[in-house]
Design a protein around this ligand. Sequence first.
Ligand SMILES: Cc1cc2nc3c(=O)[nH]c(=O)nc-3n(C[C@H](O)[C@H](O)[C@H](O)COP(=O)(O)OP(=O)(O)OC[C@H]3O[C@@H](n4cnc5c(N)ncnc54)[C@H](O)[C@@H]3O)c2cc1C
Length: 311
Amino acid sequence: MIEARTSALGPSDRPALQELLGERVRFDEPLAPYTSWKIGGPADAFAQIETSAELGDVLRLVFKRKLPWFVLGSGSNLLVGDGGIRGIVVRLAGEFAAIDVTRTERAVTVRAGASALMPLVVAQAASQGAVGVGSLAGIPGSAGGALRMNAGTDREFGEFVREVWVQTPAKPDAHPVSPEYFYRHTTLARDAVVAWVTLDFERGEAAAVREEMQQRLVRRKRTQPLQLPNAGSCFRNPPGDKAGRLIEAAGAKGWREGDAEVSDLHANFIVNHGAATASDVARLLARVRREVAERFGVELELEVHFVGVFV
Ligand SMILES: Cc1cc2nc3c(=O)[nH]c(=O)nc-3n(C[C@H](O)[C@H](O)[C@H](O)COP(=O)(O)OP(=O)(O)OC[C@H]3O[C@@H](n4cnc5c(N)ncnc54)[C@H](O)[C@@H]3O)c2cc1C
């Protein structure tokens, strides 16, 4: 049972948001539908933002009033607590979903808004022969989330980035930054909202690039439990090893807490059989981590981000 919660918004914050966003701000909005795990309690305010100017206005408001806020992408790497998220959850849409692909004889350039869906970005880039984009095939989520996470497989998003434009509460107009990229994280400031990115690829044979993309998608279907809600790999791979291999070797496949289960197909995935809560998943992750540490002396680090109130 979720206890009564206190909103982080004061009585004048709601009308101020409504004035900026009209019907595109909703209050006490459940977040489960916006995450790939289909888990998560309500946001005090859920703000769908469609232009850079609107984002600037909302960031000015949170700066002035010192309101807590969080930017949600496609929710494919998030465990949102059952108590939800206090403050404003920002979700980009509208002009932020734009994808523009251009090519020269030797190069393919993609300009993607932060809410552009990566499967569309990848498909459009592949159709122009963007060499290397196959490494990003099958990764769900948005371009902004991919940048924040430096998402990838054998090659990573950051390898292809030429330009990143962000907006922050202290500097709410779009401006360029140059983060560094590491395995599943970057030096992008915590309070920076990615507005758009430009990616550069070498140009090759489109048919070959598409073929590689297809092969990788087929392999994912075979090796990942894509029929049930999940958030991809829960733990980062430790240096020189695979988290999935360690979890499987620890005998954790099939372990269950409530409706959350360590996938039989891929041990680093936790699937939601329908009614799993964030607490179920958190308990299961803790159990898995403990077992791997006890058996192999390896402390697994989370790849999924925990956000909000865990009850
Ligand atoms: C089936 C499946 C397969 C997956 N396979 C892979 C894989 O092969 N490789 C891999 O790396 N990942 C993989 N993932 C994980 C996930 O898809 C990536 O981490 C993805 O990049 C997250 O993007 P998102 O838009 O869903 O971000 P979210 O989950 O919404 O957010 C993740 C983080 O990014 C931040 N963020 C989101 N948008 C912005 C923005 N505009 N500006 C600033 N910060 C932002 C959020 O605040 C949060 O901290 C997989 C997930 C699933 C469900």
